[in-house]
Design a protein around this ligand. Structure first.
Ligand SMILES: *Cc1c(COP(=O)(O)O)cnc(C)c1O
Length: 408
């Protein structure tokens, strides 16, 4: 019997090691990793430059407290400020913690302005994490159920709907910020119809009302959509941005990045983290960013993402049951007309690692290092599986269908 708490429905496989986009198990099977530990292993597995940098750092010093200067952390903050056009960084260990920092920052900003009961606008279908505040900000009833009372101070609107946000602006005077994913990941890989127009619209509403524009780029950041950050497709800069997943290539690190007045909001005693930005994690972050730059992985993410989508589109053109293919770089979603959790297991048997989110959306988040041959191999394997799945009778999916009803 396992002594692990029952928080995951785990796939029946255990890996021993990896190399690039490939993972291996103890039986010698080789799997094509199209998930990257959920958008974490952007450099693939065992990237030599990352391995070397981490090994060197471990031999010197893994951790010291944030009550001392940490040169590696300073260097990573400099680099993040440089590539984002923002000013200051707070380091933590995960995406939910980065969003916790953003939420606390917005509330402090509000109280400093004399707003005693501040509210933050959040989106339907959003995902911001599993801590109490980020769970409350998340737009998925299923993950909230059983954890009430939720944290108050959030007001929810539909995603990709500027009018809904404007309506809140004219109705409420205690709103202080908008927290939004530029591309929704867990919610089903939803990309605003016109991402640039949507983000520019949100930017303008925030400017007009002195609200903070807070982007959750935990999944969309660090090169995944073809730019360092998804907001760079829109030629705007947010006030606050949360990062994690791909930042440390698997060494836990999160960051809350801020600009202007937002960057000056926290003062000593208001927030902190024991591990956040320690020498090991900061070295992993800095090396990740350097490799993305030197190996031109943002450009590769854009190219390979578009290639995977167009090749899948061609391969599935005559397949009934495929609703829509979406991609922003290497954030790729294939929406089907039915719940498709079984595809994950079918893919595993075909030695392909994928994910299904929002019940009906096959999600691909391959390493940013994926090359053309590997991308084509991914398309070949996945298209065959989707075709096979969609030609099996719907009754097989009855259980999944009931499950879906309980979700939203
Ligand atoms: C994964 C994710 C989070 C939560 O990150 P954790 O590291 O699991 O806490 C938050 N926001 C978005 C958009 C995510 O994709």
């Amino acid at each position: 019997m396992s002594h692990l708490m029952n928080t995951y429905g785990r796939q029946p496989v255990t890996f021993t090691h990896g190399e690039g986009v490939w993972l291996f198990d103890a039986q010698g099977n080789q799997y094509l990793d199209a998930l990257s530990g959920v958008a974490v292993n952007g450099l693939g597995h065992a990237h030599p430059a990352l391995v070397k940098a981490i090994q060197n750092q471990v031999a010197k010093m893994i951790h010291v407290s944030n009550i001392y200067g940490i040169a590696e952390q300073e260097a990573l903050a400099d680099k993040l400020a440089d590539i984002s056009g923002m000013d200051k960084v707070f380091f933590c260990n995960s995406g939910c913690e980065a969003n916790e920092a953003s939420i606390k920052l917005a509330r402090l900003y509000a109280h400093n302005k004399g707003i005693e009961n501040p509210e933050i606008i959040v989106m339907e279908r959003s995902f911001h994490g599993r801590t109490m505040a980020t769970l409350s900000a998340t737009g998925n009833r299923k993950s909230q159920a059983g954890f009430e009372p939720l944290v108050s101070g959030f007001v929810r609107v539909p995603y990709d709907d500027l009018d809904a946000v404007k309506a809140i602006a004219s109705r409420k005077n205690n709103v202080v910020a908008i927290l939004v994913e530029p591309v929704q990941g867990e919610g089903g890989v939803h990309i605003p119809l016109d991402m640039a127009a949507y983000l520019q619209g949100l930017r303008k509403i925030c400017d007009d009302n002195s609200w903070l524009l807070m982007l959750d780029e935990v999944q969309s950041g660090i090169g995944r959509t073809g730019t360092w950050f998804a907001f760079q497709h829109a030629d705007i800069v947010p006030d606050v941005m949360s990062l994690a997943k791909g930042l440390g290539s698997g060494v836990p690190i999160g960051a809350c990045v801020a600009r202007g007045i937002a960057a000056e909001t926290f003062v000593p005693g208001k927030h902190g983290s024991t591990f956040g930005g320690n020498p090991l994690a900061s070295t992993a972050g800095l090396t990740t960013l350097k490799v993305i730059e030197t190996e031109m992985l943002r450009e590769n993410a854009q190219k390979m993402g578009d290639l995977i989508k167009s090749n899948l589109q061609a391969a599935l053109a005559d397949t009934k049951g495929v609703i829509k293919l979406r991609n922003a770089g290497l954030m790729i979603g294939i929406e089907l007309d039915r719940p498709c959790a079984e595809l994950v297991k079918m893919a595993l048997e075909a030695k392909l690692l994928i994910n299904v989110t929002a019940d009906k959306v096959v999600r691909l988040l391959p390493p940013l290092v994926i090359n053309e041959a590997e991308a084509k191999e991914l398309v070949t394997r996945l298209a065959a599986l989707i075709k096979q799945f969609l030609t099996t009778p719907m009754v097989i999916n009855a259980n999944a269908k009931q499950h879906e009803k309980a979700t939203w």
